[in-house]
Design a protein around this ligand. Structure first.
Ligand code: GLN
Length: 379
């Protein structure tokens, strides 16, 4: 009889809820993806790359022009020049980057600190490689709790995983948080994995506190980014990882046997597209307007929105409507009221008792958001 390597894992909530939304015709604010088209210019660049014959394997770490464009962008935004040759690798999305980074450094018995609610691939991936996820929680305000993280550090801690802007919480890490993290890691061998896939979705004119800005942090970090989030193309499954040379060498040992290389024509297209900062500079204000539109609508409903500082996710407390556990409520919301959302208990090892919060994705056309709000206000 086959013994499962992941006995507690089922199908991801994103697949479950998107399927349910489809089956019952609900407006899908569950799985995070835009419902509007990508820039036509980007489509044309991919088409051109295919016509130019860029249809065979890319170099294992990525097309050089794209790695150079990434390094230039990172330096421009966060002030540090990663070497495109040895410190930048293009991946088939953020999830593959995370899987590969964990595969490269987690040994059996290693502890990896994960901050709940945590994106659902973190803990199972740690377990697949024989590591032990050590779960701590965000504070009750969904903000980073440095004391809780510090208390979880032991002599077996191999890595700390952080995420800003945070999925699903929608909160961000700030300079003070980064300094606290630097303090607690100083003098240890603990590695850092910083999931920054929503780097371009930070609101209220706050600066994205990338790990790249902090020498003490970046020298021990894999920093993960996603093109899907920035250019509204989640289905392209394109991302990249930055790490110092020695760490990146280990990363690439795994990457070459994991995917070998990412999609070639898309890499050529992104290399050209990335050169013009206009193509990513407006993303925060674009999504901030959507957040505000959705938020104003939610305020008119019986849902109680939580603070959303970044990402394209808005949390809302539904205690005034129902005392049902969130998964049951999310299913009923989709079936009876026509709006699909994500129950956030699935992002916890142990969800806080009595928490009644759903995650809504507002990366949608205004019309989609307005229609969803109309339904949510009718409850
Ligand atoms: N990142 C997306 C979300 O949080 C989901 C991606 C996926 O379905 N794997 O909704």
């Amino acid at each position: 009889m086959l013994t499962s390597k992941l006995p507690h894992v089922g199908t991801t909530i994103f697949t479950v809820m998107s399927k349910l939304a489809h089956e019952c015709g609900a407006i899908n604010l569950s799985q995070g993806f835009p419902d509007f088209p990508i820039d036509e210019a980007l489509v044309e660049l991919v088409e051109q790359a295919m016509r130019d014959g860029h249809n065979q394997y890319a170099p294992m770490p990525g097309v050089p022009a794209l790695r150079e464009a990434i390094a230039a962008k990172v330096q421009r935004l966060y002030g540090f020049p990663y070497d495109p040759e040895t410190e930048v690798t293009v991946t088939a999305g953020g999830t593959q980057a995370i899987f590969t980074a964990l595969g490269a450094v987690v040994h059996p018995g290693d502890e990896v600190i994960i901050v709940d609610p945590a994106y659902d691939c973190y803990a199972p991936t740690v377990e697949l490689f024989g590591g032990r996820p050590v779960h701590v929680r965000l504070g009750s305000d969904m903000k980073f709790d440095a004391d809780a993280v510090k208390a979880a550090i032991t002599s077996r801690t191999r890595m700390l995983m952080i995420n800003t802007p945070h999925n699903p919480a929608g909160t961000i890490l700030r300079d003070a948080d980064m300094r606290r993290i630097a303090d607690m890691l100083r003098g240890t061998d603990i590695l850092l994995l910083s999931d920054e896939v929503y780097e371009h979705l930070v609101f209220e004119n706050e600066a994205h506190a990338s790990v790249v800005r902090y020498p003490e942090l970046r020298e021990r970090a894999f920093v993960v980014f996603s093109f899907g989030k920035v250019f509204h193309a989640t289905g392209w499954k394109m991302g990249y990882v930055l790490a110092p040379k020695a760490l990146m060498a280990e990363f690439r040992k795994v990457h070459q046997f994991n995917v070998f290389s990412a999609n070639t024509p898309v890499q050529h297209a992104l290399a050209a597209y990335l050169k013009d900062p206009v193509n990513y500079e407006g993303v925060s204000s674009f999504y901030e307007a959507k957040r505000d539109r959705f938020l104003i609508g939610l305020h008119a409903s019986r849902f109680e929105p939580l603070a959303c500082e970044g990402s394209y996710f808005q949390l809302a407390d539904y205690r005034a409507i129902s005392d049902e556990p969130d998964t049951a409520f999310a299913k009923r919301l989709a079936r009876e009221f026509g709006v699909a959302a994500i129950p956030i208990s699935v992002f916890y090892k142990e969800p806080p008792p009595g928490q009644r919060i759903l995650r809504f994705c507002f990366a949608k056309q205004d019309e989609t958001l307005d229609n969803a709000i109309e339904k949510l206000c009718a409850i």
